[in-house]
Design a protein around this ligand. Sequence first.
Ligand code: ZN
Length: 137
Amino acid sequence: MVKRIAHIGVATRSIASAAEIYEALGMTIGQVEEVEDQQVRVALVKVGESAIELLEATDPTSSIARFIKKRGEGIHHIALEVDDLEQHLELLSSRGVELVDAVPGKGVDGAAVAFIHPRGTGGVLIELCERSKESDA
Ligand code: ZN
């Protein structure tokens, strides 16, 4: 089951600069965390049940760096929280949906994450994520 929009991912050249507009809106920027699997630094800006995820590349070969080079800064992906990530990936594969990650990787706060290729989603990069049991984020 898809439970909610966990976050909207935004590709930035600099989290600090991108955060200014949210700070101006009175929003709180979470701690910057590095996600080695994705070669990014991440900061979450909470919005009710959801969040804006600010992403900054830590390596020029990371997908965020390549995205910015091609399309500039801006909305990068939508993350949907699911209750059973592996089951969703199997179901999508069996329907012939092209996945970026057939096997879940590690996201922020120890969440399991996998991306669906935008070729099969009308151009939207969709991240599926499942919260780790220990996390309450
Ligand atoms: Zn994300």
